[in-house]
Each structure stands twice: as structure tokens, then as C-alpha cells.
Design a protein around this ligand. Sequence first.
Ligand code: ATP
Ligand code: MG
Ligand code: ZN
Length: 501
Amino acid sequence: MSLSVIQTRAQLGVESPAVQVEVHLSGGLPSLSIVGLPETAVKESRERVRSALITAGFDFPQRRITINLAPADLPKEGGRYDLAIALGILAASGQIKREGFSDLEVIGELALSGEVRSVRGVLPAAIACGQRQRTLIVPAANADEAAMSEGTVVIPVSHLLGLCAHLQGETRISPHQRPPLDDGGKPLADLGDVRGQLQARRALEVAAAGMHNLLFLGPPGSGKSMLASRLPGLLPPMAADESLEVASIHSVAGLPVASACLGRRPFRSPHHTASAVALVGGGGRPRPGEISLSHQGVLFLDELPEFPRRVLEVLREPMETGEILISRAAHSTRYPARFLLAAAMNPCPCGYFGDGTERCHCSPDQVRRYQQRISGPLLDRIDLQLAVPALPPDELLEPGVPGESSDQVRQRVLVARERQLQRQGCVNRDLDNRQLMIHCALSEAGRRLLSRVMEKHSLSARACHRLLRVARTLADLQGIESIDEACLLEAVIFRGQSNQS
Ligand SMILES: Nc1ncnc2c1ncn2[C@@H]1O[C@H](COP(=O)(O)OP(=O)(O)OP(=O)(O)O)[C@@H](O)[C@H]1O
Ligand SMILES: [Mg+2]
Ligand SMILES: [Zn+2]
């Protein structure tokens, strides 16, 4: 009996559970069956492996070959197991030596020529492999990405033959060195370029300090997109564990990971023609959507009412829970999705309603219908809603001192963040109801004020809690222990202004 076992890894959301490829050769009619893979994946993999072995000059054993991918109940799709299967066949048939596989893990898809092709989701596999102190064999094209997992020994391979020579000790491949990090990125847009708009700047600072959602409402060209694009520059860089998690999501989506590894928070701005799947994730092999790609960063939805309502509604759940569960018949996949939602919209179809000129001819009904494209429950989750009026020409053109730069504002954001983390271990946006009672306690006068506001504006319980979190951030920016009435009032104004336009 000839048996071999090769270690590899599956991909399940951002996790990468271990999988064993067991190859068994026995007498009987020549055949190759793979247990534990869906039918189409089996067929494709079988053909690739067979061709790759033959093209590379190996024997394809004329025996009964049984391959088992264990555990059986993990979803296993795609070509990432090809290389492990090919090695298993070679080892079981004695074409390469059988020892030395216990501290190795192997991932890669084979081309018919025996070349090794890149796969998605290598970084989570590299992290998990490193935790087991094993060496990871990856497609050369994925080596940079895998090496982002510090402490994992990564062996890059570009052809099955090269890998075999390495394993036989003939031509050693040296471990891949982690490249210097470079995302080729442009410097972040700076707040210093924005003139005036003091209230919008303040909102950006508050949003960044507590990770509160934000909506800018205003006429075309008033600077809404410009302002929102300044958010990433105000956010503190990600901590190492956050970076790795975000990079893992990008890895699974097949996107570059360098920027996340550098600690840069993601800024994603999907177009309003994007599908619901592109936005929240999904597909046959569930992929992360924009809400997960912007995890720990900013999801910017420009021209918010242009997004189909059905697409926007799917945001509601992840905005509360910070994750998205994509359910499939066979299994469900969970992706993190804790993003800051920044959105921009015009107040009416023509864009100029309420700008103080006569140019808007939209009927009140048109204006109402336009604004109602954003559902109440979604608006309820947006903490900072404010009008961004067009800048008067003299303010735009006046030479003079520029406004504060992103660096200056970020310093204050950092201090406020530090307070939050010291006090409660999370940003204010993530305060749960129990923490809220402790850390957002109000004075008698504050409570009276808030209940008056709740009644007057018919605020929901959720809105009230969200308002308290914003007030907490305002107090943190100011460096005061408890939320005072000024903080409460400012939080109220931030919540309501757009509705009054
Ligand atoms: N406050 C400002 N300071 C400096 N430049 C500004 C300001 N506001 C607008 N601009 C200029 O106007 C341009 C258009 O702004 P932006 O694209 O942000 O407008 P918008 O509000 O998003 O418009 P739309 O509703 O059409 O999307 C900016 O790129 C910038 O050059
Ligand atoms: Mg715009
Ligand atoms: Zn109009």
C-alpha cells in the first residue's frame, strides 16, 4: 500500500483552516477519484494535475488513485489544492521521497504545463501556517503577500519541477524575503487644501475621532467629495493586528495588500452602479464586498440617492453588527465589515434646492421623493448629517492663511482616540449599551435636555444611543471627563441639520 499525506489550507471567510491531502495508490483499474471536493472542482483539478505531471516528465501512475481532502465538511473549491495533490501523487508513487512533509504546507494552482499559478487568500494561510511553525510553499506570484506574515518561512515556487528539485535537496530555493513595503500610493489628500467649510471640517474631525457615520448634503461643486476624501488622512494608522486583518480581507479578494500592511486605512468609493453583491459580498465562492474591503476604514458613497434602494438596505445590518454573514446552502461565510460610512448627496434632483438662489425648479414633491430614496432606518444610522453650502466666491478666492492641515487635526484625533481606548478599550462608535450607561452618564440637566430633544424630534432609541456616542466623542475631543450640555447640543445639531434644509 502506498499512502502519502500533504498539508494545505482551505479558505473560509478570512480564516484558513488546515486541510490534509491524503493520497492512496492501490491495484485495480487505473483511475483517479477525489473525495471531499465538489464535482466540477474535482474534474478540473484532476485534468490540471494529470497534465502537469505528464508535461513535467513524471509518470502518471497507472493505478487506482484515491485522494481524500480532510476534513470533509470544509468548503473546498478552486485550484489551490492542485500542488498538494500533485506532490501527494509523486510521493505516494515513490517519484519523490516521502519524508519531510510533516512541517510543510503547500498551496498553489497548476497550469497544464506544470507552472504554478497564483491563488487568492494566501495571506491568511501564511499567518495560520506560521502559527504552527511550518514552512509554506506558495506560488512565486503570491510570495510577497505571504511574506507579510512575519515569522512565516515562505518558499516561492514557479514550476512543479523546481519544487521537486527543492524537496529532493537538489536545487534549494531560499526563503522569500519580505520586500520593503511600498504601496506606490499617492500622498493622502490634505485638509489644508479645503477653504472655509468650518462646520464640515469639524464634522470630519468628530467622525475620525469616534468613527461616526457622516452625510454631507449640498449643491454640486460645494466640496462634498473633496471633504470626504480627506477622511483617511485624519484617521490614526492601524495597529499591527488591524493591519493584518484588513490585509487578509484584501488577500481573499485578490487585491494588493501592501497598503493595509503599511497601516493605511482603506478608503473605498464604489460607484452607484455597483451591485448589491459588489457592495456587501457574495457570489458562488463568497467574496468580500466593498463593506468588508473598507473594514477599519472609510466606505464613501458619493451621490447616495443614486444607489438603488435595495442595495442601500443591505448596509443596515453590517452597520450595526460590524460584520456580514453570507449564507449559502452548503455553508455560511462571515466577513468583518466595521467601516465608517461617509456619504454625500444633493438635496434635490437638480442639486440646488435651498441654496438661496432661484435656480432650483424642482417641485416640493420631487424634493421629498429624492430625499426619501434614503430610507429612515439608514438615515437613523448616520450620526453626523450636515449641509455643505456652496462657498461664497470671496472666501474661495481670498488669498490668506490656509486652513489647518490634516496633520494638525489628526493630532487632536489621536489624543481623543487614546482617551477612548484607555477608558473603554474601543472607539466610541463601538460602545455597547452597558458601556454606554457607564461612560456616557449624564447629569440631571443633561438627561432632561436629551429627553426633550427625543420627544421633539421623535428620536428612536437607537438614535438616542448614537447621539450619546457622538456626544462622548465631542467630550473626548475637548478633554473633559463627562458629557456636558454643550456636547449634547452639538451632537443634536449634527444629527438633525440636513433635515431642516
Ligand atoms: N471649500 C473648498 N475649498 C477649495 N476648493 C473647493 C472647495 N469646495 C469646492 N472646491 C473645488 O471645487 C471642486 C469640486 O468639489 P467637489 O467635487 O468636492 O464637489 P461636490 O460637492 O462633491 O459636487 P457634486 O455634488 O457635483 O458631486 C473641488 O475639486 C475643488 O477644486
Ligand atoms: Mg461629488
Ligand atoms: Zn432642484
